[in-house]
Ligand binder design. Structure first.
Ligand SMILES: C[S@@+](CC[C@H](N)C(=O)[O-])C[C@H]1O[C@@H](n2cnc3c(N)ncnc32)[C@H](O)[C@@H]1O
Length: 221
């Protein structure tokens, strides 16, 4: 059977109905964020669950997220952290940050989430000096898609042996990976290929929603 847009929509709905369970707070968070003027661009519940499972699979104690928005994905990641773990999430929009901080409290994860206000490329150099090489178990990229290759340059040395880089929208987002004239597509394609060809990492992108890249450091850099 050929994959058509209708089949894709069917599978997406099916995945949501089977794997998209979430608590009442998370289920209401999207509408609450839209009501406060935040854009409707958070990950979906099945992607959130994937992030939580992958984070838990590393027994992660330190995670970094680029692109907090309203805290939805951050809550999933925080729930996947090992006891005593910490998520540092980076967001330049004060309105998004303020909304997210309230959601971290409501979700009961505020004690393990630290929000850094600023643009990823401004915050990352200082964060890298502060944390040191090989110190981070999970990095989740979900900010500016054209900046994914530069984010990779900054976060790659931070990822611990056995740690993960995760990135959303690597098969498309409003655009589609097949549109070769699109600068966003080309930046994400460059990022995908760079991680795939990195001799210290193994990577694949799963076609869940708009595609999530999963890269694991297989040997110390
Ligand atoms: C797709 S949304 C993130 C969604 C969030 N991860 C979730 O699923 O709940 C992208 C976020 O990145 C933020 N952003 C924009 N420019 C950024 C930058 N230069 N560095 C980090 N985040 C940025 C936006 O304000 C927005 O909140």
């Amino acid at each position: 059977m050929k994959m058509t847009p209708d089949h894709w929509a069917y599978l997406t709905d099916y995945a949501r109905s089977v794997f998209g369970a979430q608590d009442d707070h998370l289920a209401a968070l999207r509408d609450a964020s839209i009501a406060e003027g935040l854009p409707d661009i958070a990950v979906d519940p099945e992607v959130g669950r994937l992030l939580m499972i992958l984070c838990a699979s590393t027994r992660g104690r330190l995670a970094i997220e680029l692109g907090t928005l309203g805290g939805y994905s951050g809550i999933w990641i925080a729930r996947g952290l090992a006891p005593g773990g910490r998520l540092i999430t980076i967001e330049p929009e004060p309105k998004h940050a303020e909304f997210a901080e309230r959601q971290f409290v409501r979700a009961g994860v505020a004690d393990r989430v630290e929000l850094r206000l600023g643009a990823g490329l401004d915050v990352l150099p200082d964060l890298a000096r502060e944390l040191g090489p090989g110190s981070v178990d999970v990095v989740f990229l979900d900010a500016i898609k054209t900046e994914y290759p530069e984010y990779w340059t900054h976060v790659r040395p931070l990822i611990a042996d056995g740690g993960l880089v995760l990135a959303d929208n690597v098969y498309g987002s409003g655009w589609w990976i097949g549109d070769e004239a699109d600068p966003t597509r080309n930046a994400v394609d460059r990022f995908n290929r760079t991680v795939a060809e990195d001799p210290d990492f193994e990577a694949v992108a799963v076609p869940i929603r708009s595609g999530v890249l999963i890269g694991r450091r297989m040997r110390a850099g």
